[in-house]
Design a protein around this ligand. Sequence first.
Ligand code: FES
Length: 160
Amino acid sequence: MSKKGLEELSEQGQSSRRRFLFWLSSALLAGSGLISAVSNLVFMRPRATYGQPSRFAIGRPAEFPVGTRISMNVEKVCVVREEAGLAAISIKCTHLGCTVGVSETGFACPCHGSRFDQDGNVIGGPAPQALPWYKLTLAPNGDLEVDKSVTIEQGTYFGV
Ligand code: FES
């Protein structure tokens, strides 16, 4: 083969190598752009939940026999069962928000000594108002649900 033929063959080889590198770098650039776009979309998607849901199930009515007073510290509610029915009373102190505990006389706050009677009325300490009562409903599956976004009048029991 002549020298000119060898040079043409070499140029063709370089040209196809350049084309290959061009396509390879383009594919890598497009791939990294796609990964970047997807990760940005995943990042922008809100995943935060802000606290407890205001409505939640607490179980079947039969799980609360008459005389029950069960504090649910995570949900900050006390489920009370009397002859008249069921009630869900807040256990978040109306003074500065500590979790009140069930006591012999009703509820007692460990932070600054507020005391509440069985219905949540203030009977001592710095708490400015009574503990609110929340709406109770029966879900279609038979579970009791507390709705903390709806307060009801004190003494309004949910009949079961
Ligand atoms: S937070 Fe309950 S008395 Fe202050």
